[in-house]
Design a protein around this ligand. Structure first.
Ligand code: GLY
Length: 575
């Protein structure tokens, strides 16, 4: 057993965004002090590292590594904890994806995306005139798909070492005894106060009489009881019995359509991860029903023939090349991508060398492309912001990338009465009507139309990069449709621009998604590059923030470098 002094010496803390302190909630049996914690942006570690959107969640993962668990144990515990300490996106009422590569070289993709309830139908969000009504697919009970997270965590458990009752304990402690909230959490809860009241039918822990302030303690007794039911009864503790009854009663009070049978029959699915190479590195990504892996494959392969490293980071030439690859990949997303259990997605064709070469044939390095002219590619015979990411790596070489979401910030803002957790508004990720944009402005077609039991197309892109057949990067981010482009840029920043991991994570990002035909640029994006792009004919759109990327990189010699995005409360932990 390493002494604390040795463990501390192994940690190189290079940045610290904030320390939370308040009337300390009592530590539960997990022993993490939820009343006093620090957000750590960069660590070096030898035995294992966890990066997530919240310091307490990263600490919960770290605790499992120290107890002898592997990266999967840590990822599961981190997710349970996020469901409590990061209610805007961490969840048990939403869904997600896990991509892992185990020390024995087995590659895993777990799909626990939400599913359209059996009562859903293609036109359920259209008004009498046939127009999509975003308020219906984004707010309240009807916007929720059948949650997948709990099933996903139990599906992941077969690769873990520790019992679920241990992995879930920190989350129960944080819910039962409370935790001190950050300024960002206070802002989020206050901003959604009226929505919680409007879209929930019972009082919730998220609304109190006064405004929330940094340092307040959030206690979630009902959520603690729900987590204990899962601890005692396993997966049926959520999908059957008391919790299922509470979900269905909530649905009935708010005209939602999730039924007892929808819950009982929900299954997480093991998928074949999507794999490809980029400049000799092996990339492992999430397949359908997420577009994340396929978009990343298309974009990286479209730029591979060009020496982008020589162009330089954030130069007009590099940004333009990447933008044009993004435009073309997202046009294909709109046309071809959806739940492959329901529609044929021509993955092989969309990623073939000939197809991608042809896609870039009209790329002109002097001039902006045009989304009216750049429709989706032709595949012969084809018929037819708030999310959160965590990265974990352990010393045995188990690498786990998880992205999970409620869709919007705090999802549907419907809290299940008596059960204390938020439901997702993931139904908005379906294409409610061909050509009508969703929350992220993305358009879709028949491939992503609503059908009972179908999973809505996602952009989440939990990704692993291997070098010489060993883990090199664990990477992912929230950000709706900006997820694949942020992961794309992070990988190019590290592989092609040879940037430090901190810069690769924190430097301003940009995004193009075919429609709307514009480049979104994050605050701090170089002014000179913006002007040059405008001269080429691009329209630019300013965004305060794009993504919150969590990266673990293996350095020469084998040490792990874990970097948490500076854009939020994100925090790295390791030893
Ligand atoms: N709800 C965001 C996504 O799955 O892409």
């Amino acid at each position: 057993m390493r002494s604390l002094v040795v463990a501390a010496a192994l940690l190189l803390l290079t940045a610290c965004s904030s320390t939370k302190k308040a009337g300390s909630p009592p530590a539960g049996s997990s022993g993490i002090n939820a009343g006093h914690y620090t957000s750590t942006k960069h660590i070096n570690a030898s035995n294992g590292a966890v990066v997530s959107a919240h310091p307490l969640a990263s600490m919960a993962g770290l605790e499992m590594l120290k107890k002898g668990g592997n990266a999967v144990d840590a990822a599961i515990a981190t997710q349970w904890a996020l469901a409590v300490v990061y209610p805007g996106a961490g969840n048990i009422g939403g869904g997600g994806f896990m991509v892992a590569r185990l020390a024995n070289k087995e590659k895993i993709a777990i799909d626990y995306r939400e599913m359209a309830p059996s009562g859903a139908h293609r036109d359920m969000y259209l008004d009498a005139n046939g127009n999509a009504v975003a308020a219906k697919s984004l707010n309240g009970h009807l916007s929720s798909g059948v949650p997948g997270t709990v099933a996903g965590l139990f599906a992941a458990q077969r690769y873990a070492k520790l019992p679920m009752r241990v992995l879930i304990q920190p989350a129960i402690d944080f819910a039962e005894h409370g935790f001190v909230i950050t300024a960002a959490e206070a802002r989020g809860l206050n901003a959604n106060r009226e929505d919680f009241q409007q879209f929930s039918t019972r009082p919730t822990a998220f609304v109190k009489q006064a405004q929330w302030r940094e340092g307040d303690t959030l206690i979630q007794k009902e959520l603690a009881a729900t987590l204990r039911r899962i601890q005692e009864n396993g997966q049926p503790g959520f999908y059957e019995g008391e919790t299922a009854r509470l979900i269905v009663e909530e649905m009935k009070r708010g005209s939602g359509i999730i039924s007892l049978d929808d819950l009982k029959t929900y299954q997480a699915k093991l998928r074949q991860p999507l794999g490809f190479t980029y400049r000799g590195y092996q990339i492992i990504g999430m397949p359908m029903p997420s577009s994340g892996g396929l978009l990343l494959n298309q974009m990286l392969k479209m730029i591979e023939p060009y020496n982008i490293g020589a162009m330089g980071f954030a130069t007009p030439a590099a940004v333009q090349l990447m933008t044009e690859a993004e435009r073309r990949a997202y046009a294909d997303r709109a046309r071809y991508m959806g739940d492959a259990d329901f529609v044929k997605v021509p993955v092989k064709e969309l990623t073939s060398e000939a197809y991608l070469k042809n896609r870039m044939q009209d790329y002109d390095p002097q001039k902006a492309g045009n989304s009216k002219q750049t429709a989706e590619g032709i595949v012969p015979g084809y018929e037819s912001e708030e999310t959160t990411h965590l990265s974990v790596l352990d010393k045995e070489g188990n690498a786990v990338a998880v992205t999970t979401t409620l869709n919007n910030s705090y999802g549907s803002r419907t809290v299940v009465g008596g059960a204390g957790f938020l439901l997702n508004d993931e139904m908005d990720d379906f294409s409610a009507k061909p050509g009508s944009p969703n929350l992220f402005g993305a358009v879709g077609g028949k491939a992503n139309a609503i059908a009972p039991g179908k999973r809505m197309l996602s952009s989440m892109a939990p990704t692993l990069v291997l070098k010489n057949n060993a883990p090199f990067l664990v990477v992912g981010t929230p950000g709706g449709t900006t997820i694949p482009t942020s992961v794309f840029q992070t990988i190019v920043n590290i592989i092609d621009f040879n940037m430090s991991t901190d810069d690769a994570v924190n430097k301003p990002k940009f995004h193009h998604q075919w429609l709307p035909d514009r480049i979104d640029i994050e605050s701090g994006f170089p002014e000179q590059t913006s002007r040059a792009l405008e001269k080429m004919g691009y329209k630019l759109y300013n965004r305060k923030q794009i993504g919150r990327t969590e990266v673990i990189k293996v350095q020469p010699g084998g040490k792990m470098e874990a970097v948490a995005d500076h854009r939020g409360d994100d925090s790295a932990a390791g030893f």
